[in-house]
Write a protein that binds this ligand. Structure first.
Ligand code: MG
Length: 257
């Protein structure tokens, strides 16, 4: 083998190694809610996600009928429909750990004291008007708490996705959750990446490389099984959203040895 060929092969091997050396970052889904005294989307779940060194904590945002942003996953809490109910009723509802439903304000106030990043999910509201107002108010609150640089936005709502991008022309840290868009469409719309279900990515693993080629990032949800975590690591996703952040951290640590 001549010297040039040898050099080329070494370079090729080094490139291949570098390409597979992406270490996914750990995102706690709805916070670290399986920790002691925690509950999904509670303030404690945010604090616990930070305490174990997660890269980010994901949480869900709804707007009440009187335009107060609250953190909760489902459209209702204890049967109270959030977007059609006034804030005083919604905010008096208790979570499983005894906390009341947090306002976005309270959640962000705590986050602003911690180093952890945020992944803020806008839920799809029945009222398009209320949802658009929610995007505006979320961005305003994030800015007020000095969290713009460390917050990404995700949503299933096509309107919400476009509204976030339109209202953040400088940063556009927006990912789409709805597997309807191929990476080229995300790029065309001005998003930062895809945040698709494991099922979608397993059906379209080529979207991972396509996204990277387009300069987009790839997040995947909700990955709780070790074998699935390994699949995601081997496929070079950038972020893994999980209900089992400590298991994923352990796996990543073992693999880095
Ligand atoms: Mg969510």
């Amino acid at each position: 083998m001549n010297k040039f060929k040898h050099f080329s092969l070494v370079l090729l091997a080094a490139t291949a190694f570098a390409a597979s050396a992406v270490t996914p970052k750990v995102i706690a889904h709805r916070g670290y809610w399986r920790a002691d005294g925690s509950a999904q989307n509670s303030i404690r779940s945010l604090v616990k996600a930070d305490s174990i060194g997660c890269y980010a904590s994901e949480f869900d945002v709804w707007m009440t009928s009187d335009s107060v942003l609250v953190v909760n996953h489902d459209s209702d809490i204890n049967g109270i429909i959030i977007e059609t109910s006034p804030s005083d009723i919604v905010l008096s509802q208790k979570l499983g750990n005894g906390e009341t439903v947090p306002t976005l304000d309270a959640y962000l106030a705590t986050a602003s004291e911690l180093p952890i990043r945020l992944v803020c999910e806008l839920k799809t509201h029945n009222s398009r008007g209320l949802e658009k107002e929610a995007v505006k108010q979320i961005l305003k609150a994030i800015e007020q708490y000095g969290l713009t640089e460390r917050t990404d936005y995700i949503t299933f709502s096509k309107d919400g996705f476009k509204n976030f991008i339109a209202m953040t022309p400088e940063t556009s840290d927006v990912y789409f959750l709805n597997g309807d868009y191929v990476p080229e469409q995300i790029k065309f719309e001005g998003g930062k990446g895809i945040d698709y279900s494991l099922k979608t990515l397993k059906k379209h693993p080529e979207w991972i490389e396509q996204s990277h080629d387009l300069g987009l990032l790839v997040n995947v949800w909700t990955v709780d099984k070790e074998s699935d975590m390994k699949w995601c690591i081997d496929h070079d996703v950038d972020f893994i959203t999980t209900n089992e952040p400590e298991l994923l951290q352990k796996l990543l640590k073992e693999r880095s040895k």
